[in-house]
Design a protein around this ligand. Structure first.
Ligand code: NCD
Ligand code: ZN
Length: 364
């Protein structure tokens, strides 16, 4: 079986900084990717719109130029969201939107994930001038939807977790205060978040990663498979089922690909584990496997249409740019992932870390 699909867009990925960027961009190009939204939690963060790179911050302009030099110049789209910090002003949003450089902003829960220490709490943003300016300019808010600073038992428990808390307590207030704000609920992991997005207005969408469609917390805990450790953490079976249902519902327009591929040269440390799964080079294969596990027949026209909407069509339409007119092909046949050698050191792709053989391969 061979699928011919429009080239796809990864609407949430991490290309980092420095000499390894080129390796990460190439891994994306090798998997039929036509463009990306490159996250701003670099070191230092992308927290200005224009100007040269400084010791404490990149601008969207300077970081995009570096990405371009690392090979991203061939992408049809490259979106770098502005990292919302205490220094972000409404004037930056208005001016940035006017230049065309600013298309999205990113909310990070302070200290809630990798390089998120510059984030400002959602409570301080809701009703404020920055989100109002974004609303006025049609700037998309990309949200890492987890309540920050929770104690262990509240962070994750059988009844609730940082994400369900965020979607039940913060999101309704955010939507009420900013009814026109375009929002992408990124890397959602729970039934609560999936249902929130489904029931929200059309200008609220969501990305879902391969790992959250494939795995549950049980897979992570059984053998402590730390390559699967990412944030938000994988959840329970009913959550995975809700995510699978969201992406395989005929006619759905709100859910689309965003891998959250996040390379870490060191995952396990002496006292913890870096959060992030690397899926560069293998994301469409993993998504296809997840669709099949969800019961989609990818040999049927209906199955292929569902898959194409999630992978290649809904994202561009939500972000407001054209889908790719180029195509790539995937074949149903086993393939292995290998370590990605980069100037920063080797990176373990998620399937390799999980001992998972891919059942699809990219033909190019
Ligand atoms: C991301 C990273 O490593 O930058 N990690 C992750 O677990 N997803 C940050 C993020 O998107 O939360
Ligand atoms: Zn991410």
């Amino acid at each position: 079986m061979t699928l011919t699909l429009p080239k796809w867009f990864d609407l949430h990925t991490h290309f980092r900084q420095g000499p390894a960027m080129a390796s990460y961009v190439k891994a994306h190009l090798d998997m039929g990717c036509a463009g990306a939204l490159a996250m701003p939690n670099t070191q230092p963060p992308v927290s200005r719109v224009t100007g040269t790179a400084l010791a404490d911050s990149w601008s969207i302009q300077s970081y995009s130029a570096d990405l371009g030099a690392a090979g991203a110049d061939v992408f049809e789209q490259l979106i770098v969201p502005l990292y919302l910090t205490r220094q972000t002003t409404a004037e930056m949003i208005h001016a940035g939107a006017a230049t065309g450089l600013l298309r999205a902003c990113k909310y990070y829960p302070p200290h809630g994930t990798t390089n998120s220490e510059h984030g400002m709490p959602m409570d301080d943003l809701i009703g404020g001038p920055v989100l109002s300016a974004m609303e006025e300019n049609g700037t998309i808010l990309c949200i890492h939807g987890e309540q920050h600073a929770l104690s262990g038992p509240d962070y994750i428990d059988a009844q609730q977790n940082a994400e369900t808390r965020f979607y039940t307590e913060r999101m309704p207030r955010l939507l009420a205060a900013h009814p026109k704000l375009r929002i992408v609920c990124e890397h959602i992991t729970t039934r609560t978040a999936a249902e929130f997005v489904t029931n929200a207005p059309a200008h609220v969408g969501a990305t879902i990663t391969p790992q959250h469609l494939l795995y549950t917390l049980g897979h992570l805990i059984q053998g402590l498979k730390y390559h699967l450790y990412c944030l938000p953490i994988v959840k329970f079976q009913e959550d995975r089922a809700a995510l699978r249902k969201a992406v395989t519902t005929l006619g759905q327009t709100k859910f689309f690909a965003g891998t959250d591929s996040a390379p870490h040269t060191t995952k396990a440390t002496a006292c913890g584990c870096a959060a992030g799964c690397f899926t560069g080079g293998c994301a469409p294969q993993l998504y296809a496997m997840a669709f099949e596990e969800a019961g989609t027949d990818l040999s049927s026209a209906e199955g292929q249409s569902l898959f194409a909407h999630f992978l290649s069509l809904n994202g561009p339409s939500f972000y407001g740019f054209p889908a790719s007119t180029q195509h790539f092909q995937m074949e149903k046949s086993p393939s292995q992932t290998t370590l990605l050698e980069t100037p920063a050191g080797p990176i373990t792709p998620l399937p390799l870390g999980m001992g998972l053989e891919l059942t699809w391969r990219i033909l190019g």
